[in-house]
Design a binder for this molecule. Structure first.
Ligand code: FES
Length: 251
């Protein structure tokens, strides 16, 4: 695997012997001074940072099943190969590390390249893939957008229009008209959106958050967008706009 030119890639460090796991499917290790979990799954080795991106809980004792580890605290699940968040309440991927197996030694290093290839035998290794707040505000509604020719942060109206590109994949209505967006704040060119989901267990949560962030970060003048999820107040159908009601046939 060619990681040449990636300044973030660290040197390989030996983290365990293959015999070190014994019958266990995991081992707590340090990689680049970071607490990590070495996982054996289907005869391959993976390494993930040992912290849940939802609220910092160690994943050490999480159940591993069907290629995913479950956070013992609130139940978020992460793909052990890619680190991807698979269900709420986590929306951010956990960090994964490259793993290589040589001469019964297991080596790992930090990096930013992405690959899902497992470290199953000598000379093979994989590379890494790569929250919730609170609010009592009411959902925001879009107002006429304004352009930003000078690369200042866009207006709230323009950002709401951008967020209208993001559909709830279960309702097929955009997240603004559904009333999911509670607040937008900005500091210079960084934007923070506080929003909710139609239900705490919404399986589309990570997808919606990712698309909302992407829609904003494509806008001229937005350097970084953070999406904070809140369940307070919980979403109710009366938060929808008339447009959303029309689309859903609710009168
Ligand atoms: S801390 Fe892991 S799901 Fe909440």
């Amino acid at each position: 695997m060619n990681l040449t030119g990636n300044a973030s890639v660290t040197a390989w460090e030996k983290i365990a012997e293959t015999s070190g796991l014994g019958e266990k499917d995991r081992l707590s290790v340090l990689i680049d001074d970071t607490p990590a979990l070495l996982i054996r799954y289907e005869s391959a080795y993976y390494a993930i940072e040992d912290v849940c991106t939802h609220d910092g809980q160690p994943l050490t004792d999480g159940e591993i099943r069907e290629g995913a580890i479950t956070c013992p605290r609130h139940g978020a699940r992460f793909d052990v190969k890619t680190g991807a968040a698979l269900c709420m309440p986590a929306t951010e991927a956990i960090r994964v590390f490259e793993v290589d197996v040589r001469d019964d030694g297991i080596y790992a290093r930090a990096g930013e390249a992405v690959s899902n290839a497992p470290a199953a035998a000598e000379g093979t290794h994989r590379a890494p893939a790569d929250q919730a707040g609170s609010s009592t505000t009411k959902p925001l509604q879009a107002s006429p957008a304004s352009s930003n020719p000078f690369l200042e942060a866009p207006s709230e109206g323009a950002m709401l229009d951008a967020l209208k590109q993001v559909l709830d994949p279960e309702m097929f209505v955009n997240i603004v008209d559904l009333g999911l967006v509670y607040d937008i704040s900005k500091q210079e060119n960084d934007v923070v959106v506080t929003m909710t989901l139609t239900s705490p267990a919404c399986p589309a949560g990570p997808q919606i958050v990712s698309e909302a962030r992407s829609a904003l970060e494509k806008m001229p003048g937005v350097h970084h967008a953070e999406i904070k999820l809140t369940m307070s107040p919980p979403w109710t159908p009366d938060m929808m706009t008339e447009d959303a009601r029309d689309q859903l046939g609710i009168f």
